[in-house]
Design a protein around this ligand. Structure first.
Ligand code: GDG
Length: 471
């Protein structure tokens, strides 16, 4: 967004009440960076973000319906927060600006904007999975959310599966038909398309080749002492499958005593959503399990697991990516998973093997990785063994193909592709002669219809109207 003439709107992360005095200054400072703050109170954040976003949408969309809570007051907070964002966009929007709304926190926003602005161009991208109809329909506010998204000209997903689930849901729950990825609603035509998010490839490959990272690796080597290194990096989240993975690693050590003392598993967990009880519980469970595994298999001078519970600086992250022989990335569900791609991009001097679960969106693109079923411990154990025994030539061959793909479809290309497709929706409508009535025109038409003394109804079936009306 910095390379184009854009403005980034978002919550600045501080309580509205605390920021009263400083609000003007914060706004001015952020504007210098092309950002515009949307202020929320701590209470709004609790109800809207911690409850509705994190405890309703997040678990449900990641196939954890048993964790989802359905609170009408949290839903109202979600509506209110979306309205607050809508007000902020209305404040800054100018005719001709395209609006790109991101993620599940703002799914009502496209419709709200369409009703407030004159002929806006709106795109929406969902960073998490869109679940199958049987899961999605459990949501009490399922139609409102779909109607909210249908306010957009373009709705984008990481994979075709998510797009297909969305099309099925709009058909069954709203009765809207689609053709060639375009859903026709009563007052909108929404294009649905797929944009698998890429990474800033050169940033990872470039950093991996710096002296700073060389030094970092040398330092790491003092502890690793030429041992094989397995790595995983996740935000603290139950969707990331951290416990299941630790269990598989423990089974691996149990079944393969030869590998003990010969490898180190580096587990990086980045704190996230600490305010939500389920996350605090998960943290305790991870602590206990790491302790149990290290206690059972460790020896003086060797701990099987190196556990880091904090965010690490970027060059250290890249150094770990570059040094690790195996990246073990096995989320139970993940919209995409960028860590998998970043690991591959950072491999500049030695190969490595990526083990990836099939329920990560990135598995659709990275089929040369070792793809596993995360619920099958034997499958993960076998993949670990295969990765550790894979010849360098085979590692290099797989890596070459994967890297070529990632270098082509970078995050910049992803963003450009999305914006081009969004702008293309206008061209398409013009070519098709499809005219969408704005909210005001719609109201006018309904009023005239109600006031009319005589009404002519023309009913079309598959193009029959065209010859009829020209006669
Ligand atoms: C959501 C979706 C989708 C992690 N630890 C450190 C660190 N990171 C960076 C990684 C990576 C990012 O955080 C994590 O991205 P993921 O894609 O893996 O996962 P989510 O945060 O859950 O993101 C996901 C994504 O949106 C994009 O659409 O792929 O499915 O859930 O970039 O590098 N960075 C640093 N230190 C760390 O310790 N510096």
């Amino acid at each position: 967004y910095k390379t184009s003439d854009s403005l980034w709107l978002g919550w600045p992360g501080i309580d509205r009440k605390n920021s009263n005095a400083d609000r003007e200054e914060i706004t001015q400072r952020l504007l210098q960076d092309h950002c515009y703050p949307v202020f929320l109170s701590q209470r709004e954040v609790d109800e809207y973000y911690n409850k509705f976003c994190s405890a309703t949408i997040w678990p449900l969309f990641h196939y954890f319906p048993q964790y989802a809570t359905y609170s009408p007051s949290a839903w109202q907070a979600y509506e209110r927060a979306n309205r607050t964002f809508c007000d902020a966009v209305v404040d800054v929007w100018q005719q001709g600006d395209a609006i790109w709304v991101h993620d599940f926190h703002l799914m009502l926003l496209p419709r709200m904007l369409r009703e407030r602005l004159q002929d806006p161009l709106i795109g929406f991208f969902l960073h998490i999975p869109f679940p199958s109809l049987e899961i999605y329909r459990l949501l009490p506010w399922r139609t409102q959310i779909l109607e909210g998204l249908m306010g957009a000209d373009l709705v984008g997903f990481h994979t075709w599966d998510y797009a297909a689930h969305f099309l099925t849901s709009t058909r069954y729950l709203l009765g809207y038909d689609s053709s060639m990825g375009r859903i026709t609603g009563p007052d909108t035509i929404t294009k649905v398309d797929v944009f698998p998010m890429g990474i800033d490839y050169e940033r990872f490959a470039g950093t991996a080749s710096t002296r700073e990272v060389d030094r970092e690796i040398k330092k790491l080597e003092e502890s690793f002492q030429s041992r094989r290194v397995i790595l995983s990096v996740d935000r603290l989240d139950y969707t990331k499958g951290i416990l299941r993975r630790l269990e598989a690693f423990s089974t691996f050590l149990e079944e393969n005593p030869d590998y003990r003392e010969k490898l180190t598993y580096v587990v990086v967990v980045v704190p996230s959503r600490i305010g939500v009880a389920r996350y605090a519980l998960l943290k305790r469970q991870i602590d206990e399990m790491v302790g149990a595994i290290n206690g059972k298999y460790g020896s003086i001078g060797w701990a099987p697991i190196w556990y880091i519970y904090r965010a690490i600086p970027f060059p250290s992250l890249v150094a770990l990516y570059r040094r690790a022989d195996v990246a073990l990335i096995t989320p139970l569900r993940d919209g995409m998973n960028l860590v998998a791609k970043e690991y591959l991009a950072s491999k500049v001097d030695r190969p490595g093997v990526l083990i990836l679960s099939e329920t990560a969106g990135s598995a659709k693109e990275l089929s040369e990785a070792l793809i596993v079923n995360v619920n099958n411990t034997d499958d993960i154990v076998a993949a670990l063994k295969e990765a550790l025994q894979m010849s360098e030539a085979e590692q290099e061959e797989r890596l070459r193909i994967l890297q070529r793909r990632l270098r082509r479809y970078t995050v910049k290309r992803w963003a450009q592709d999305f914006i081009d497709t969004l702008e293309g929706t206008v061209k398409w409508r013009e070519e098709m002669g499809a005219h969408i009535l704005g909210a005001q025109a719609r109201r006018r038409m309904i009023k005239s219809y109600q006031q009319a003394q005589r009404r002519l109804l023309l009913l079309d079936y598959d193009g029959m109207l065209a010859p009829f009306s020209t006669r």
